[in-house]
Design a protein around this ligand. Structure first.
Ligand code: ADP
Length: 271
């Protein structure tokens, strides 16, 4: 295959029918990858064809969250075949380009850029309704590069309710706007823990990480961009989500009746 210039990214071509949604956050650990896999499964459950491109060079946790272990893509006729996951979901991770699991990805801008092009252009995605991209946290090379390669890609911002988290999330949203991508909304994760009041025994929402971060980001971005950036979902803190992540069984599939799973299924209906 030739150089970078000859590579065609199908999602950037006129007439492309795949919605490319990048899931972004200001910092790590807010649940961006968990939201990505569960949203993907929520969409699959609507009968849609969905792929995940894990471009989080620092985290690349998508394969583990889906229980894919060390699965590697196969190559057929120069095309990379994505790894099949639960329910026909297709997955490619930047971690799958590493020679071995324990290697660290220490790539600089230009190499990252080439890797992203490869994952977008050389992977045989087939006809997808949605491609979800798990971006590295922050406003670095990969989010910028994606905006350049696929200007029609949209961005979903994930934050926690904490004020400090919302400030950095706002910056990630603003970067997308500078790259002329549309920010479709905000997801607040770990919004509260559903519990029972020890005194009155009524259901009680314990705000573990503060409150209001999601609304704050949505309002700030709406003010700044001049179009509506809604708060699309609030996902409670859920032990089952955490455990499901560790086991490689996302909550939307393993415990769909949990409020956290329901919030993510609903998110799939409105994105
Ligand atoms: P990020 O991609 O932003 O770094 P992850 O999705 O990897 O974040 O989540 C970080 C950790 O928090 C993981 O262990 C994950 O299972 C856990 N986690 C994420 N969202 C929730 C939630 N709503 N309830 C409980 N644990 C969560």
């Amino acid at each position: 295959r030739g150089g970078q210039a000859e590579r065609v990214i199908p999602f950037a071509q006129p007439g492309n029918l795949t919605r490319v949604i990048a899931v972004a956050s200001g910092k790590g650990g807010v649940g961006k990858s968990s939201v990505t896999v569960n949203l993907a499964l929520a969409l699959v459950r609507q009968g849609l064809h969905v792929g995940i491109l894990d471009a989080d060079i620092y985290g690349h946790s998508i394969p583990d969250l889906l229980g894919l272990g060390d699965a590697r893509p196969t190559v057929v006729d120069d095309m990379i075949m994505p790894v099949p996951a639960l329910d026909g979901l297709k997955v490619i991770s930047v971690g799958m380009l590493k020679p071995s699991r324990d290697q660290v990805v220490a790539w600089r801008g230009p190499i990252l850029d080439r890797a992203l092009t490869q994952l977008l252009a050389d992977v045989y995605w087939g006809d997808l309704d949605y491609l979800l991209l798990d971006l590295p946290p922050g406003t670095g090379d990969v989010p910028m590069s994606l905006g350049q390669k696929i200007p029609s890609s949209e961005v979903l911002v994930v934050t926690t309710p904490q004020q400090a988290a919302s400030e950095v999330a706002e910056r990630a949203g603003t970067m997308a706007h500078i790259m002329e991508q549309r920010v479709i909304g905000v997801v607040e994760n770990m919004s509260w823990l559903e519990t029972v009041c020890p005194h009155c025994h009524e259901p009680h929402r314990m705000e573990l990480f503060g409150a209001g971060g999601g609304v704050l980001v949505a309002e700030a971005l709406t003010d700044r961009f001049g179009y509506d950036v809604p708060l699309l979902a609030q996902v409670p803190f859920d032990e089952a989500l955490l455990a499901g992540g560790d086991r490689g069984e996302p909550i939307v599939a393993s415990a769909p009746d949990h409020p956290a799973a329901q919030a993510l299924v609903e998110l799939g209906r409105i994105v």
